[in-house]
Design a protein around this ligand. Structure first.
Ligand SMILES: *Cc1c(COP(=O)(O)O)cnc(C)c1O
Length: 382
């Protein structure tokens, strides 16, 4: 079956005994037993819940994994993944990352004795140069947030394989509809399901999907022990959101290309970061490992004043954190998502007070462009 069909039907038509097309929301904490030693297979919702299980099956199928675990947020999924490691283990991590992950490394991971090095994973030799005897995994976000750097997943997987390391890939920005890291050799895929998968800016969720049965079992053990899984109603919202993933991603792709080209021609825009431009440093890799370029564009304007003016004047586009929903959002990474990233690191990556990030939604592209045009216009000084 093709991915767009799987998005709608999961692994097949399987309504319950009532014929309900919509997966029922099993809003229950616990499950009754008929007698000692008898179980329906469900005991307690922290361990397993039929609604969440349907969603996990769906994500596992979409990513082509052995299994998936659904968490209450992307960060909950990330935190469960790091529980695979022990004090003294070393991880190699992309140097441009979702801000919350950077904060996690500097605070929780550091405190728990996990060692890490941030490297530019777009450059394979930099990864190789940082492998130590205690290195256990490589964690990459591709494309990265917010600078949209791309890592060659297959090459990275080969390197990880040579050294017996796990490769984990944050696939939030492209979703399995556009990029399948497990097929390229990754061991773990992480998602903030809050973004494109949920797709409506209405719920938080996170996922871990693994290539091996063994690894998903370890992750399920962590999940039931730590207790950070997704609630039944939120699981249902994700199943519903994913039904339209393919059509949303297609429309977002088309809109984003138009808006990226519009930005290129704006006088006040100094740089546009978009993986779909042929002069993007990793355009060729993007093209070969993904079916599309996704819905995120970052751009640098001429001054902080212009950046603030735009944020204060967008009307249709919301000035809000997050990305991946039906509604277009504009974000100020410097003050929002990446405020906790050390200033020196931000400066080095170009996350400055002139950088804005757009997450393009499914509105009409012309309306979005008009909104940006009016927000860019600063009275008589244009
Ligand atoms: C948002 C995001 C996260 C964190 O997910 P939450 O659902 O907000 O906890 C992780 N990685 C990426 C790339 C993100 O965009």
């Amino acid at each position: 079956m093709n991915l767009d069909t799987i998005c709608v039907h999961g692994s097949g038509n399987n309504p319950d005994y009532t014929g309900s097309l919509s997966v029922p929301i099993y809003q229950t904490a616990t499950f009754a037993h008929k007698g000692v030693g008898e179980s329906t297979g469900y005991d307690y919702s922290r361990v397993q819940n039929p609604t969440r299980e349907k969603l996990e099956e769906l994500i596992g199928t979409l990513e082509g994994g052995a299994g998936a675990a659904a968490f209450s947020s992307g960060m909950a999924a990330f935190s469960a993944m790091t529980a695979l490691f022990s004090p003294g283990d070393h991880l190699i991590v992309s140097d441009d990352l979702y801000g919350g992950v950077v904060r996690y490394f500097h605070t929780i991971a550091a405190k728990n004795g996990i060692e890490f090095d941030f490297v530019n994973t777009s450059h394979l030799p930099e990864i190789a140069a940082n492998i130590k005897p205690n290195t256990k995994a490589i964690y990459v976000e591709t494309p990265t947030n917010p600078m949209l750097q791309v890592t060659d997943i297959a090459a990275c997987a080969a390197l990880a394989g040579e050294h017996g390391l796990l490769l984990a890939v944050d696939n939030t920005f492209l979703t399995p509809y556009l990029q399948k890291p497990l097929a390229l050799g990754a061991d773990i895929v992480l998602h903030s399901g809050t973004k494109f998968l949920g797709g409506h800016n209405d719920t938080l969720a996170g996922f871990l999907v693994t290539r091996s049965e063994e690894l998903i079992e370890k992750i399920r053990f962590i999940s039931k022990t730590v207790g950070s899984m997704l609630a039944p109603f939120d699981a249902w919202l994700l199943i519903r959101g994913i039904k339209t993933l393919a059509v949303r991603m297609d429309k977002i792709e088309e809109n984003t290309r138009k808006i990226a080209h519009f930005l290129l021609n704006c006088k006040k825009v100094k740089k546009v970061y978009y993986t779909g431009f042929e002069n993007h440093p990793e355009f060729a890799i993007s093209k070969s490992q993904a079916r599309g370029f996704g819905g995120v564009i970052s751009f640098e304007v001429d001054s902080r004043e212009t950046a603030e003016h735009i944020l204060n004047h967008v009307k249709l586009i919301y000035f809000a954190e997050s990305l991946g929903g039906t509604d277009s959002l504009i974000t100020y990474p410097f003050l929002q998502t990446h405020a906790d990233v050390p200033a020196a690191v931000r400066d080095k990556k170009g996350i400055n007070d002139k950088l804005l990030r757009l997450s393009i939604g499914i509105e009409n592209a012309e309306d979005l462009i008009q909104d940006l045009e009016q927000a860019f216009s600063m009275g008589g000084r244009e």
